[in-house]
Design a protein. Structure first.
Ligand code: DCM
Length: 131
């Protein structure tokens, strides 16, 4: 069986990386992630990312490049991450999150990331403009 893909965005704006704190489900609530969600049938990863960031944060974002790699989430799910740039809008926690934070260079260790996001976050930080 192929794993279901979850896409997340390493969204950068003016040299800062966007982190989002989950409000659900209970076992993930309070932990921080790169925002995103499941790729739906017929969608590309990039399309899914654009849709998820629109739904969850109310912004238009442009995927830039896929960070090479694939990271396991819960059984049956893997995480793919794209770097992305904010095109318009101000991110707001509309769905699934209750707080957002822009992390400047050197600040990625200041939030409690979901364990499963840590390897992807490390890669995202390496690519952080000015980071
Ligand atoms: N998920 C994750 N890390 C991310 C994004 C999502 O571990 N950066 C997990 C949380 C859910 C699943 O993927 O178990 C689907 O995400 P969502 O509920 O946001 O669609």
């Amino acid at each position: 069986m192929t794993d279901r893909v979850v896409v997340a965005g390493a969204v950068y704006d003016r040299g800062r990386l966007l982190a989002a704190r989950r409000s659900s489900p209970p076992e993930l609530a309070g932990r921080w992630e790169l925002p995103g969600g499941k790729v739906e049938p017929g969608e590309s990863g990039e399309q899914a990312l654009v849709r998820e960031l629109r739904e969850e944060l109310g912004v238009e974002a442009e995927p830039l490049e896929r960070i090479p790699g694939e990271w396991p989430l819960k059984p049956g799910y893997v995480l793919h991450v794209w770097t992305a740039r904010l095109v318009s809008g101000v991110p707001a926690p509309l769905q699934d999150h209750d707080e957002l934070r822009w992390l400047g260079p050197g600040e990625s260790g200041t939030v409690d990331w979901l364990e499963q996001d840590l390897p992807a976050v490390a890669e995202a930080v390496r690519r952080q403009p000015g980071g």
